[in-house]
Design a protein around this ligand. Sequence first.
Ligand code: FES
Length: 1001
Amino acid sequence: MMMDIELIVNQETYQLQIQPGERLYRVLRRLGYKSVKFGDEQGETGADTVLMDGKPVNSYLLLAAQAEGHQLETLEELGENPHQGWKETRGLHILQQEFVKNGAIQCGYCTPAQLLAAKELLDREPDPTEEQVRDVFSGILCRCTGYLKPVEAVLRAAARMRGETVPPIEDPIKVPPEWMGTDLGDSIPPTKTVQVDGTTLTAQRVITDLKVSNSPETWRQVGKPKEKVDAVKLVQGKPAFTADFERRDMLYAKVLHSPYAHARIKSIKTDRALEIPGVHSVLTYRDIPRVAYSTAGQSDPIPGPLDSYSLDEKVRFVGDRVAFVAAESEDIAEKALEAIEVDYEILEPILDSREAMQQGAPIIHDQDDYVNFADSNPAKNLAAEIRIDIGDVEKGFQEADRIFEAEYEVPKVQQAHIEPHAVITYWDENDRLVIRTSTQVPFHIRRMIAPVLGLPVKRIRVIKPRIGGGFGGKQEMLIEDVAAHLTIATGKPVQFVYTREEEFTASRSRHPMRIRLKTGVKNDGTMTANEMYSLSDTGANGAHALTVTGNTTKAMSLYVGDGPYRESPNIRYYADIVYTNTPPSGAFRGYGVPQGYWPVERHMEFIAHQLGLDPLEFRLKNALRAGEIHPFSVAWSEGREPVPEMIQSNGLAECVQRGKAAIGWDEKHLDKDWAAVPGKPYLRKGLGAALMMQGTAIPYLDMGGASIKLNDDGSFNLLIGATDLGTGSDTVLAQMAAEILGVPLEDIIVYSSDTDFTPFDKGAYASSTTYISGAAVVDAANKVANRIRERAASILESKLDKATIIPAEIELADRCAIAPDGHAVSLEDIALDSLHHTNQEQIMAVGSYMSPVSPPPFAAQFAEVTVDIETGSVVVDKLVMAVDSGVIVNPVTASGQIEGGMTQALGYAVSEEMVYDDQGRAREKDFRDYHIFRAQEMPDLETIFVETYEPSHPFGVKAVAEIPMNGVAPAVGNAVYNACGADLRDNPVTPEKVWKALKDG
Ligand code: FES
C-alpha cells in the first residue's frame, strides 16, 4: 500500500508515491540527489545530512513522510561549476571554493555533509570561532582529513563572506633556509662502500648531504600546492561514487551471515525465500562452483594460501557467508534472508590466537581443496610462518651488557572508511561482465575473479569510480563475487552495498598481534642484538597473512646497532600467523608496520630509561643511516628472492631536530614544573616520541602504467590504472605530467581507472602510487614531450626557414615548444599539425615502471599528553610529525595525508579496538561502540616536511601515505610513561589500563 506525499527539495515541489516506512534518504536518492550519502544506519557518520528548514538532519533516520511540508536542501542547491559552455551559472559557493582551495577534500564522501553543516553555521553566525566550526562538524565523521583543512576552509569562507580578504594558499610548509647547509654533525655518515655477501655495492649514488631538490625553483607544477583535479566535482556532490550509478531493472543483493563462529551447514532450505514476490535469486554453496581462492588483492602469484570460497558448507566466523539473495528492493531481500532455513552443526571455535596451535585444537580449514602457500599448514591452523635470521643473534646477546625482554600486544582495528564497500555488476551488450566497484585494485580484481566466476579475464571489465576511502580495506576481493554470481544467476544488474554492521563483522581489519621483544644493549647504548617474535592472528582466512606480518619487520629495520653492529647487525624475526574463528584480518594502512612500532618504540623508551640515556639520542645512535644496507633487504622479500638494497636518502636526524623544536622537547621533557598543572594536582603532562620508517612500494614486483595522449587544443588525456582513494594521487600524477609537458594542471585530463581503457597498475597500496605510478607517468610524459619537440623542430624549421633546430634543446613551457632562440610554436598548433595537417599521427605514449628499490621514508613523531592520575584518562593535546618523504610534489595533499594518518593513528593509540565475546560475536558493530575521532575532540596537529632528494625517482619522491600510522601510538604511550610512569605494554592506552598500571605501581 503506497502513500502520497509532497516534498519540497531545493525549492522544487515533488508529488510522490512512497512506501509508508520509506526513509527520506532513499526518496532523495531516488529523485537524483546523489550528494546524500549512506554512511551508517545510526546517523553517527552524518554522511546522510541534509538541511530541513535550514537545520541539519540525518535523512537516513527520518521517514520521508516526516519531511512533508518542510523545506529540504541538499548540496546540489549550493553552487555549481562556473563554466558550463555558453550558459552562465552562479558558480561555486564561497564555501565550496574554499574547500577546493584549502585541500579540505580527500575522498570527498563526507564533503557534502560538511558543506551543508558549514552553510547552516554561516547562515546563523557569520563570524564563527574555530570551536563553533568544530562543533557543527562534530556530527559528521571524516576518516581521511583530520578535520584541520575543512575547519580552516570554513573560517576562510566566513571571512570572505564578511568581505574580508584572506591570504592565498601558499606552500604552507617550507623547509627553512637555515636548514640548507646546516652542519649535521655525526648524524649523517660519510659516503662509503658497502659489502654484502662479498658483493661490493656501488656507493656512487649515495646522497649523504641533504638537499631539498635539484632544481625546485624552475618547477612550476611539482612542489606546488595545486588544487586537486577532482575537487570541483566533489564539492558539488556529483554522482561520482559506485553506489551513485544505477541501471534499469537493477536488483539489490543481501547476504545471510553466520551466527556461529565455527559450524557446518547440515541443511539449508531456500524455498520460502524464493516464493517472496520480488525475490529473483537465492544462492547457496550448492548452486555455484566451488573454487578455492584468496581474497587478497595482490600481484600474481598471490603470496598466501587459497582458503576462501564464495560460499562453503562450513562457516568459520560470526559474519561468514551462508547465502546470497537478489531482490527488487533491499527490504524484500532482507525479508528473503529471514525466510532461509539453516540447520547448523555447531563446532568448537578457536577465539584466542594462543590456542590455535595447541595440541588437539579444532582444525579450521579441514577441506581437501585448501591450497598451501610456502609454509602454511592448515592441520596446525598455521596460515604462514616467517623465520628470518640476520647476523649472529646469539653472539650479539652474549656481547651485550644488559638484555631487555618484554611482551606487548596490539589490537584488531577497523579501516572504517566512511563509504562502505559497494559494487554494481551487469552484462554489457557484448555479454561481457562489467564490475563497477569501489576498489583499490581493479586489475587484481579482474584477474582474481575470473576463475571464481568461470569467465575468462577478457570477458570481464572492472571500472573503479571515485572511492570514498579505503585504507587497505578495499585491497580485497570482498563483495565483487557476490554481485557477480547474482548477475550470472539472474541476468540482471545487481547492486550490493555493505551495511555498517557488515563492515565491522564481515569485512577486514588490522591483524592483532602478540609480540615478544628481546634486545641486547651495551651500557653505552650500543644495541648488539634484537629479536622479535610475533604471534599474528589472521582470523578465519589467510589473506595478507604472510605479507602483513612480514612487513612488521620494518619496525625492526630501523635499528641496526652502532659501531661494528652497524656494519653487521644481529636481528631475528620469527612469526607464526595463525587461523582463529574471528573475522579475517587483512590490509590496513601501514600494512603490519604499526603493529611493530608499538612494541619497538615502547621497548626503546624503556631501555633508554633503564640505562639513563636520552631516549632520542639512544635511538639515533642505533638507527639506520643513508649509505647503509636495509637490513631485511638481504633476507626477506614477501616470499620472493631478496635483493640487497641501499638507503640513499635519510632525513631522520633532521626530523628529530625539527620535531623537537616544534614540540618544545628540550624545555619540557624532563621539566617537573611544566608537567604539573597549576590548581589541578591530579593532572600530569608528558611528552613522548617515536621514530619510524616505512617502505615505498614492493621492489621488483609493483608495476604501474600510464598513457598520455595529445588532443587538438594542446591538452592531454592522462590515463592511469592507479586508484586515487582520496589521497590526491590523481592530482600528484597530473602535476608530474604537467611539469614535463609544460602546461598548467588544468590541461591534464585525468582518468582512472578502467581495465578496458587504462594501462595496468597494481593499484593503491604499499605507499607506491606517487613513486611507482609517478615514474610511469614521467616515462610516458617524456616520450610524448620528445615527440612534441621533434614536431616543433620541424615546424619551426619550415616556418623560419632555418637549417636545423635540435629537438632536445627545445623547452616545453607555457603551453608552447620554445627553441633556444626564443621562437615558439604552441602545443595547440603542434596538435593541429599532427592530427590534421602534415604527416598525420596521434602523439601518444605509454609508460610503465617497476622499481628495484623501496626507498624508506623516515619520520619522528612527537606527542604531548595530559594524564589524570586519579581516573587514568589521557588527553592527547598535541601531535607533531616531522617526516622525510623525499620531495613533496603537493604540500597541501601531502600534509593532508599526514594529518589524516595521525588522526587514524590517534584512534589506534587511545580508543580503537575490536573485541569478541566467548562465542566469537563482535562487541563493536557500529560507530556508537567503535570510537573514531570527531572534529571537536582533535588535538593540535603539526606537520613538518624535511625534504630529501631520493635519487631513485625522477622527481626525488618517496612515500607519504602510510608512515603517519606508525608513530602516534608509541609516542602517546611514551608520553604517558613520561607523565606518570604508567608503562603500558598493550594499546590502546585506555583509562582502565593507565589506572591499573598506576595502581599496580
Ligand atoms: S574526506 Fe572525509 S571521509 Fe574522506
